[in-house]
Structure formats: C-alpha cells, structure tokens
Design a protein around this ligand. Structure first.
Ligand code: TYM
Length: 337
C-alpha cells in the first residue's frame, strides 16, 4: 500500500489555493485503490504564526468542516488533529537531535520573516521564534510518523518535504542498521495550480490578505472577491491576452479542457473582464455551491466533527505508537531489562 498524507495549518479560513493545491488532490488520491490516507489539522503549526486562541479554535472547525464537505470519506481516511497525537512531538525531538542548524537556516518560511524584519529596519531575528525556526522539523515529524510515501501540497511546501526526506535519510543512516526506519516521502504537485495566484497576482495566501474564501461568506463573498481580481485595463470589445492573466489561471483550476479553450478564445475575441469574471464566479459556484451547503451544516454541528476527529486520533495513534516504540529502541531509549 501507498500512504498519502497532508495537513493544513489552522490559522484562518480555507481559500481556493488550499482547495486546489492540497484538499482536492488529496481527496482524489485517497480514492485510488491501495491507498491509505492521513489528513490532519496542523494546529501545532498554527501556534507558530498565531497567538489568538479564538482564531485557532474557529479555524480548526472551519478547516475540519471543509475537508468533510469536500468529500473526505472517514471510512477510508484517517482524519485527525496534529495536537491529539503526542507521538508527533516526541518524534519531533528525535528528529531535532539529528537536524543540522545550517539546514534550518535555509528554510523559506524563516527567511521570509527575517527579510521582512530587515526591510522594516528591525533586528533580523526580532520576530523569529524557535517554533518558526524549527517549523520544518515538526513538519517532518508529521510526515515520517506515518511513513507517508506521497504528500500532496502546493509548491510553497516542496522545500519542507525535501527537508523531511533529508532528515529521514540521516536518521536511517544513523540508526537504521541497514533497515529503512523511515520511508522517504515525495511531494506531489498538481501542475497548473501548484501556486494559485490571489487577487493581486501574488501567491494566494492568508499572509498576503489576497485570498478568495472557499465557503465562508457564501456566494456573495465569492462574487465580491472575484470582482477584485486585478486585470489589465482593456475595455470590452478589445482583444485580451489570456496568457499570464491570473483570472485565467483561477478559471482553469475549475474548468475542463473545452471550457478553458472557449474562455481563451472569447477573451481574444474581446470578452469584457466584467463578463469574464461573471463566468468565473459561475464556474466556481457550480463546483463549490453544493459543498458549501454541507459545510454550513457541519459548522453548525461541532459535536459531530469532534467525534470524527477523536476517532481519527485513535486510529492515527494506533499506527504511530508501534513505529515510535521501534524508534525509541533504535536510538537507545530502551528498558534496562
Ligand atoms: P498551509 O496551511 O499554508 O497550506 C495548506 C496547503 O495549501 C497549499 N496552498 C496552496 N496551493 C496552491 N496555491 C496556493 N496559493 C496555495 N496556498 C496554500 C499549501 O501548499 C499546502 O499544501 N506547513 C503546512 C502544513 C503542514 C503540512 C504538514 C503539509 C504541516 N505539516 C505535513 C503536508 C505535510 C502549511 O503551513 O500549509
């Protein structure tokens, strides 16, 4: 069997980028025969970026409801909260002890924070917590604890998965005695949507405040967000260049090949951006509208979600504990007799 695993940090409301980059491909992968899947709410990671407990609580509910509304089948998928799996933090420590500081120096997430501080004239490390600095090790623990083969993610996470591979390799080398204690995980990227652009053309991201919410705010919020997608200033009737227009990239993430071709042809033929946006709204709404109803129902019933997550944690721990016991043996944390 192949194991597929992915997580989403619980710091905000899910957006289209999370959906097309991670949720949709992960759910599709979970339906393949012979696949065992582990999807989780990365709420320990959330603490790195967010010190607002209410926001984290709300985000956990919204992200859990999003996965379920998007079609996650709890019979096939082990679905859990990272913070319900104490084995994660234990493995995190074992991995921390074999990870070179120099490797963490290269992590994008930490470097972005340093760059921002320098740009603001602050001390480079002013906003770097040890949580942020070691974030990729915690992520490696998430992945390696379940010996995942495939990790569906957007492009921004690829470096972290490469780091997880490196850590796994090093651990295998030091403690495996010829045996592969850890599977080397592979990032799985969906071409075309690996970096979905946001309203302003930069990567759609909570931190850039340029997201299109997947469900929150209903069809109205979707329409308003799409209306704010930046285009060039060509008027209706003027031919438009579809290549490089982020509206087209967002459109394509929800369109089949014929619809994509027709959209391009119409833009070249002078379709106005206003009408083009209306089409994009309709296309996305046709896809997410039915899910949004399930989402609203789930958010209104947190007790159902809580039950699902507790059952998921039980299953996840049943998988994680034997591996952790083996790792403790391997590193020398053994009983006397
Ligand atoms: P996070 O919460 O930032 O994003 C969740 C997933 O959504 C993808 N994504 C995008 N994909 C395409 N276009 C975009 N604009 C876009 N924005 C976000 C991300 O690539 C990601 O796949 N560290 C991770 C969470 C995590 C994790 C893990 C993932 C923790 N442990 C183990 C995989 C395996 C994160 O912060 O993702």
């Amino acid at each position: 069997t192949q194991r597929v695993l992915t997580g989403i940090t619980t710091t905000g409301t899910p957006h289209l980028g999370n959906y097309v980059g991670a949720i949709r491909p992960a759910i599709n992968a979970s339906r393949e025969p012979g696949v065992e899947s582990f999807f989780f709410l990365a709420d320990y990671h959330a603490l790195i970026k967010c010190d607002d407990p209410d926001r984290i609580e709300r985000s956990r509910l919204e992200i859990a409801a999003t996965w379920l509304a998007a079609g996650l089948d709890t019979e096939r998928v082990t679905f859990y909260r990272q913070s319900d799996i104490p084995e994660t933090t234990e493995l995190n420590w074992l991995l921390t002890c074999v990870t070179a500081k120099g490797q963490m120096n290269r992590a994008h997430a930490y470097k972005a924070t340093v760059d921002a501080a320098v740009a603001a004239g602050e001390e480079p490390d002013a906003n770097v917590t040890m949580g942020l600095y070691c974030y990729p090790i915690l992520m490696a623990a998430d992945i390696l604890l379940f010996n995942a083969h495939r990790v569906p993610v957007g492009r921004d996470q690829v470096q972290h998965i490469e780091m997880a591979r490196d850590v796994a390799q090093r651990f295998n080398h030091l403690f495996g005695k010829g045996k592969e204690l850890f599977v080397l995980p592979q990032a799985e990227i969906e071409e075309g949507v690996a970096t979905l652009p946001g309203l302003d053309g930069r990567k759609m991201s909570k931190s850039y405040d340029n997201t299109v919410p997947l469900f929150e705010g209903g069809a109205k919020a979707l329409k308003e967000a799409v209306a704010r997608i930046v285009t060039d200033s060509k008027l209706p009737g003027e031919p438009k260049d579809p290549e490089g227009a982020h509206l087209v990239t967002i459109h394509d993430a929800f369109a089949d090949a014929d619809t994509r071709a027709a959209f391009r042809a119409d833009l070249r033929g002078g379709l106005g951006w206003g009408d083009a946006k209306q089409r994009v709204v309709q296309l996305i709404e046709a896809h997410v509208g039915p899910m949004r109803e399930r989402y609203a129902d789930l958010v209104a019933h947190p007790e159902r979600i809580e039950d699902i997550l507790q059952e998921g944690a039980r299953k996840a721990r049943a998988t994680a504990t034997p591996l952790l016991a083996e790792l403790r043996q391997a590193v020398g944390l053994r009983r006397m007799v």
